[in-house]
Design a protein around this ligand. Structure first.
Ligand code: UT7
Length: 344
């Protein structure tokens, strides 16, 4: 038997394709839940929450008004498509980062594709909790750069109010609901796209932040007295330590891959986990306040929704200029963490 000719199986030349963020959008529920509101139902105060987290209020979905992960994703994606001047039928793929969709099967992405009429698009959810949007951004970018896809929508959305015990003061003060979307497009301008990126996971620490439904989801020694099924459990202190360490390491590691310095980055768009975590990274690298966006005071920690919500608000405010160097960083349950350094 003769070996196949190497000529016959030679792979195609790598395509020379840039990737740009052509449009962004976001959606948040109407209902505001303030710290004062929370202090009427749980043992907490506005002062404690602001001092420990920087949060003043968060948004929460009202299912009776039809608000859900799906409705927020639909609104954010419509906005992003209009901004990109594209129709839903132009999309090749929809990636939705979420851990709080209405159902596990089908994915939220399939429902959103159908709602918007994205009839030519593949659709799937990405499960990486708070890191999910940055995971999706890196995946979507590489699929376009590989040459087989031209228009990819990446959405980050979490309705944390649907997976939180409203009487658990360790979590209910922190989280909120939001969605943000970005439409990525192929471009001939090779200078645009990701300069460096990373995806990380350490599943051995799953029990620091997890969502149990049945007995097998519980860590050894834990039980249902600690909280009801279907409600997120968080070891806040451990996650806090992990986040402070990881945030700095992610920034250093990503900069090192390019030879750039923190000073060269025009904007840091970080997961809004806790204002103190953002502040510690800002101080460590000497990043001026205006270069690290913070909106956690208004929305709380919206998990996968937080990074694209920041991006969309910044673009609406005209603060993302053509050619800017922008670093996205996020960390969360899994444990997972990820970065994405762009020339936009
Ligand atoms: O986005 C995904 C990843 N998640 C995060 O990044 C969250 C990371 N963790 C955090 O942001 C912080 O751990 C929290 C904001 C959740 C909590 O702040 P902390 O400074 O770590 O508080 P703690 O859990 O160490 O609790 C300190 C004290 C405790 O009382 P004792 O034991 O010292 O008497 C708690 O019982 O504060 C008490 N406490 C509260 N007091 C008033 C806990 N929650 C509350 C509350 N109001 N809501």
């Amino acid at each position: 038997m003769t070996a196949p000719s190497s000529k016959a199986i030679r792979p195609p030349e790598p395509p020379r394709i840039g990737v740009r963020i052509a449009g962004t959008g976001h959606a948040v529920p109407e209902t505001r839940l303030t710290n004062e509101d929370l202090s009427r139902t749980i043992d907490t105060t506005h002062e404690w929450i602001v001092q420990r987290t920087g949060i003043h209020e968060r948004r929460v979905c009202n299912p009776a008004k039809g608000e859900s992960a799906r409705s927020l994703c639909n609104a954010a994606l419509r906005d992003a498509l209009a901004d990109a001047r594209l129709d839903a039928t132009d999309l090749d793929l929809i990636l939705i980062a979420s851990v709080s969709g209405e159902s596990r099967v089908p994915s939220v992405a399939c429902r959103v594709a159908a709602d918007l009429g994205a009839t030519s698009a593949g659709a799937m959810d990405v499960i990486a909790a708070c890191s999910g949007f940055v995971y999706g951004l890196n995946i979507g970018h590489e699929l376009i750069r590989g040459g087989s896809y031209r228009n990819v929508a990446v959405i980050g959305c979490d309705v944390m109010s649907s997976i939180i015990d409203p009487l658990d003061r360790r979590t209910v003060i922190l989280f909120g609901d939001a969605a943000g979307a970005a439409v990525l497009r192929a471009t001939d301008d090779m200078s645009k796209g990701i300069l460096a990126q990373s995806l990380h996971a350490d599943g051995s620490r799953w029990h620091d932040l997890y969502l149990p439904y049945i007995d097998r989801d519980l860590p050894e020694g834990s039980n249902w007295q600690e909280g009801p099924p279907g409600c997120l459990r968080m070891n806040g202190r451990e996650v806090y330590k992990f986040a402070v360490k990881t945030f700095s390491e992610l920034i250093s590691e990503t900069l090192e891959k390019t030879g750039l310095k923190a000073d060269d980055v025009d904007l840091f768009i970080a997961h809004q986990s806790n204002a103190r975590i953002l502040e510690s990274a800002r101080e460590r690298f000497g990043i001026p306040e205006e270069k690290m966006y913070v909106n956690i005071d208004r929305y709380g920690n919206s998990s996968a929704g937080s990074v694209p919500l920041c991006l969309s608000e910044l673009r609406d405010q005209g603060r993302v200029a053509d050619g800017d160097i922008v670093m996205f960083v996020a960390f969360g349950a899994g444990l997972t963490w990820a970065s994405s350094l762009w020339r936009v």
